[in-house]
Structure formats: structure tokens, C-alpha cells
Design a protein around this ligand. Sequence first.
Ligand code: SF4
Ligand code: SF4
Ligand code: F3S
Length: 268
Amino acid sequence: AELLDRIPVIYLHMAECTGCSESLLRTDSPTLESLIFDYLSLEYHETIMAASGWQAEENLERAMDVHQGKYILMVEGAVPAGRDSFYLTIGPHAHTGESIVKKAADGAAAVIAVGACATYGGIQAARPNPTNARPVSKIISKAVINIAGCPPSESNIVGTILHYILFGTLPALDSFGRPRWAYGMRVHDMCERRGRFDAGEFVQRFGDDGARRGYCLYRVGCKGPYTFNNCAIERFNQHTSWPVQAGHGCIGCSEPNFWDTMAPYEEP
Ligand code: SF4
Ligand code: SF4
Ligand code: F3S
């Protein structure tokens, strides 16, 4: 693609751990280099941009101005809001995260929330939510695409961006704003241990004989039957592994408010 065809992207970090960016960096088809040199023009991303301090803040302002109405805004992290917004201030002018997200969303062609924190509040918003952390969709009035998961796989992040680049439209979403192509089926529907579940072969305790044989993890707390995500197919770290393959049940990380609603993660 020509340089001018590349779609500008502004990627903001709010209250988060950067695990979602770490996941994105693992993309292999296309690679991150191809993504940001052939398809996207990454205008601002705190982890992988060269600029810092005043320069970084100027770059952000300029990108919002020059690419007004054309850029994709991606946000990682929840947003401390209202009178608690001062829990997150960024840059030499100490703007609140909330004010930056609102301003950036105003000029965006599309807004993508990346990860559990940005989509539904994540661990910051778990009870008692001491910083009044909110999902991006509660901060702005525009439609938000929610790429759920803690973190989402690189496939789910990049696949959603590529859908927008290739078709110029947002992908079909479910009732929680998640792209249906990635979050349309339950983890349990595609799990490689599903045959064990159907046969009634369950791990009873971590480390038991069933665990060594790769039995189903339902009895030790797997939330795969209640969780919508394609981890069993796409996996993580360049398709290397995923929670159940590694021997632990799904904790429901792509479901809204899973920290409060899905615990305990290990049973009995
Ligand atoms: Fe980190 Fe998980 Fe939040 Fe992503 S969703 S920033 S991996 S805590
Ligand atoms: Fe379902 Fe979890 Fe058992 Fe896999 S390990 S079959 S997701 S309950
Ligand atoms: Fe998350 Fe469950 Fe997949 S914990 S990574 S949705 S297997």
C-alpha cells in the first residue's frame, strides 16, 4: 500500500498493565512491522514510540489535528472518571486520562477498546473500584468495539483492525460490543478437552492423575462453558498455547466484570 493509504492510529494507555500491548506485539500474520509499515500509521503509542515528554504530547495533538475524522482510536486500560479522574494524569500538562480519551474520541473515525480494562473496567473496576475506573464505552457517547480479554489474543486485536482496513466497516458485534467473528462461540465449544468433558473424565485436584492425562478442568473451576472467546483456536504468543492447554481452567477473562462475577477461579 502507498504511504498515504495507511490508516492513522492513535493508541492510548489508561489505567492498565500493558499486557494487551504485549499481546499485540506478538502478531505474526501480519507481523507488527508489516502492520505498522504497510497498513497503519501508528501516530502515538506510549510503549513503542520514540518520542517522550513534550515531544510525545505534541505528536498526539498534531495527530488528532491533522488526521481529524480519519484515525482509528485504540484505548488500552480503564478510565478513572468524574471527580476521581485525577487518579490518572498523563504528560507534562498532567491532563487527565478521561479528558484525553474524550478529546481523542471526538475526532476518531472508529473507537476500539482493547482488553478487559478498556472494555468493561477490568481489575481496576472490580469491587470496591477505588479509582472509579470506567470502561471506554461509559466515558464517550460514540459506539465502541470491545476486543475483550485479559489480554485479548493478538489475532483478535489485529483481525479487528484488518476488518476495518479491508472492508471500511466495523465488524458485526454481539450485545457486549464484541466482534462476533472472534467472540461468537464459547471457549467450551472449541476446547481440545471437550471430549474429556463429554466422557465424564475430570481433573479432581490440580496435580492428580487426571491432570497429567489432560482431563477436563471443569471440576477445578474452568469457566469455559460460560465464556465467549476463540482462545482454543487462535491461542496466544504466536499461536503457542492458551490457559487450558497450559493446565489451568479458563477464568472467564473475556466476560464483563469477570473479576467480580467469575471468582473463585479454582475449585474446590
Ligand atoms: Fe493488562 Fe489485562 Fe488490562 Fe490488558 S486487560 S491491560 S492484560 S490487566
Ligand atoms: Fe470445557 Fe473447560 Fe473442560 Fe475445556 S477444560 S472442556 S472449556 S470445562
Ligand atoms: Fe481468557 Fe478463558 Fe481464554 S481466561 S484467555 S477467555 S481461556
